[in-house]
Design a protein around this ligand. Structure first.
Ligand code: GLA
Length: 359
């Protein structure tokens, strides 16, 4: 029987647009995951198909190069390519992809696919690569093969997270800490609202934010915005607001971690909402659907709510008293109907386990 590797999607509790500034992030892995069934082939061919999508991709691994494979299969091919580029002896495979991470919802279905593929290929090729390096390689596959200049958060969450815990990652040192996140025991639920807002201008805007941060760091004479403890004053308005988001967001991550460690779960709510406001006003990566969802959730009794992921569409998370979950969901649905938006998908999330071999 073929072996199966599973890697989860993620939501980020807080620490948005900090990972490419050497800052802090705090994601959890979702129960939703990508499953890759894989066997080795001895003819040097990579054959990829999906149970959710039509079509088969077949390519000789020796011919892999950026641009050769496009569409969702590029995330798989990119991982095989990057491992070969890094000098590992990797041949052909048959891979079948299956999964239930909603696509295009900002829940890192692509990082989950990369992570499951990376584990499968490393195991079947008997490569001894630790999970930090695998996360880096998967990120490189996305940066250099797919062409999306993402940071290290999503792949790290998928590969390193633990059940019942949020993953505190210092993206500069790669130090990690697993922070207990048993909100159910405190009568709380983490609610996820997929706004189903089509991602708009995602790649270009993401790259533009990244470039602005690097420019600001250069102007301010620091290696990365992570090195700032105070918000500078002598920058042009737009750049100043970008920097202010990053500086205050890094602080919020550490404050949330302190509260979680103290078991004071409800108290993280206002920090979540403050993060959203900063992403809306200073970083300018929200869209009306995200803002309306956050407002409706907070107005209907959520302790806090914020967009999660890159923005420009995707999901909102909210920390809600379990007894109020139905009321909060109804409030978001009503607000969306009132605004003429597509009906959102609501579900609850728990902190699930990171990637693993299933059999
Ligand atoms: C996307 C990227 C991540 C991170 C977030 C924003 O999810 O893939 O690396 O930058 O956006 O926090």
């Amino acid at each position: 029987m073929a072996d199966v590797w599973v890697a989860p999607g993620r939501i980020n509790l807080i620490g948005e647009h900090t990972d490419y500034n050497d800052g802090f992030v705090l994601p959890i892995a979702l129960p939703h995951a990508v499953r890759v069934t894989a066997v080795r082939r001895d003819d040097g061919v990579l054959r990829v198909r999906s149970r959710q999508q039509d079509g088969v991709t077949e390519v000789a691994v020796a011919d892999l190069a950026p641009g050769v494979v496009t569409g969702w299969a590029a995330y798989v091919a990119g991982v095989v390519w990057v491992l070969r580029e890094a000098g590992y002896d990797v041949g052909g495979f048959d891979l079948v992809v299956d999964g239930d991470v909603p696509l295009g919802a900002g829940l890192s279905s692509s990082a989950a696919l990369e992570s499951a593929t990376a584990l499968a290929v490393a195991d079947l090729s008997t490569l001894d690569i630790d999970r930090f390096r695998l996360a880096h390689l998967a990120q490189r596959a996305e940066n250099d093969f797919v062409g999306m200049p993402c940071g290290i958060m999503d792949q790290s969450a998928s590969l390193l997270a633990r059940e019942g815990h949020a993953l505190l990652l210092d993206t500069r040192t790669l130090d990690t800490a697993h922070i207990p996140f048993h909100v159910a025991a405190a009568g709380l639920t983490l609610l996820v609202v997929d706004t189903r807002a089509a991602h708009r201008l995602v790649d270009g805007e993401y790259a533009a934010r990244r470039a602005a941060c690097h420019k600001a760091a250069e102007v301010l004479g620091v290696p990365a915005l992570r090195d700032l403890t105070e918000v500078p004053t002598d920058l042009p308005d737009e750049l100043l607001r970008r920097v202010r988001h990053v500086v205050t967001e890094n602080r919020r991550v550490l404050d949330v971690v302190d509260l979680l460690r103290a078991g004071d779960f409800r108290a993280i709510g206002p920090l979540l909402t403050a993060s959203h406001e900063s992403l809306r006003d200073d970083y300018e990566v929200t869209v009306p659907e995200l803002d309306v969802a956050v407002e409706a959730l907070v107005a209907s009794g959520a302790h806090g709510a914020r967009m999660t992921g890159g923005g420009f569409g995707g999901c909102v998370i909210a920390l809600v008293d379990t007894a109020r979950v139905d009321g909060c969901m109804a409030a978001v649905r009503e607000a969306f109907a009132r605004n003429g938006f597509t009906a959102p998908e609501c579900f609850t999330a728990t902190a699930a386990a990171g990637a693993r071999r299933e059999r």
